[in-house]
Design a protein. Structure first.
Length: 215
C-alpha cells in the first residue's frame, strides 16, 4: 500500500531539490544540451522507472522534462519522492543540471451554470477524458487540463474562461512581477501564496497558482 504524502512532505524529502509540485503532479527539467545526452538520461530514467512506476517524459534537443503524476484520488506518494531522488542522482551523474524555472502546468478554467452539459461539449471537442466531477485531462498529457467552476448566476460583464498557470512556489512572485511589468494588473492577492488573480489590459483574467495551501 503506498504511503501517501502531502506536497509539503514531498518538498521536505531528502534529495528532491530539483523537483517542484505543480497542479498535476511533480516535475523537473534537466538541461542536457544535446539530443544524444537526453537519450542517455532517458535510458537511465527507464531503468529506474522499471522498478517503480512510469513517469511522463518529454525529450527535447535541449533537455528532458519529467513529470511524476499524482494519484487522482490520493495525490503524491513516498515512492514519487524516492523515484524523484533517484532520477536526480542519475541526472547529476550524466552532467544534466536541473532548471526549476522551466516547469509549469497550464489549466483552463471554465465558469458554467450547468457543468455536466458544458463539460460534455468540451470533452467531446477536445477528445479528453473525465476525471472526477469537475476536470478533463488530455489522455496523452500534451494539452492543458480543463476544469469547471460552478456559477450561481450569469456574469455577462466578465469573461467566463480563464487560464490557471501553476508554477514552482519559489518562482511565483517573479512570474507575477513579470506579468505586471508587461502591462497586466493585479485583481487580487488575497489568497497568495496559493494564487494571485491577474488581468491583461482588457480585463482577461489568469491565476498564477502554487501548491502552497494544499498541505
Amino acid at each position: 500500500m503506498p504511503e501517501w504524502i502531502t506536497p509539503r512532505q514531498f518538498h521536505e524529502s531528502a534529495g528532491v531539490d530539483d523537483w517542484r509540485v505543480l497542479a498535476n503532479g511533480v516535475s523537473a527539467h534537466f538541461r542536457t544540451g544535446s539530443f544524444d545526452a537526453g537519450v542517455d538520461l532517458l535510458e537511465a530514467i527507464g531503468e529506474l522507472a522499471a522498478a517503480a512506476h512510469d513517469p511522463d517524459v518529454d525529450l527535447r534537443s535541449s533537455g528532458v522534462t519529467v513529470r511524476l503524476m499524482a494519484d487522482e484520488q490520493h495525490g503524491l506518494s513516498r515512492r514519487d519522492a524516492d523515484l524523484a531522488r533517484d532520477i536526480s542522482t542519475a541526472a547529476r551523474r550524466l552532467g544534466a543540471a536541473a532548471d526549476p524555472t522551466a516547469v509549469q502546468d497550464v489549466q483552463v478554467g471554465v465558469d458554467a451554470l450547468d457543468i455536466p452539459a458544458v463539460r460534455a461539449f468540451w470533452r467531446a471537442v477536445l477528445g479528453y477524458r473525465e476525471v472526477g466531477d469537475e476536470d478533463l485531462l488530455d489522455p496523452y498529457a500534451r494539452g492543458p487540463s480543463v476544469w469547471f467552476q460552478k456559477m450561481d448566476a450569469p456574469r455577462p460583464e466578465r469573461n467566463r474562461i480563464h487560464l490557471d498557470v501553476s508554477v514552482p512556489h519559489d518562482q511565483a512572485e517573479a512570474r507575477v512581477a513579470a506579468a505586471l511589468a508587461a502591462g497586466g494588473r493585479l485583481v487580487t492577492a488575497g489568497h497568495a501564496p496559493s494564487w494571485w488573480v491577474l488581468a491583461d489590459a482588457e480585463g482577461n483574467e489568469v491565476c498564477v497558482t502554487t501548491w502552497m495551501g494544499r498541505d
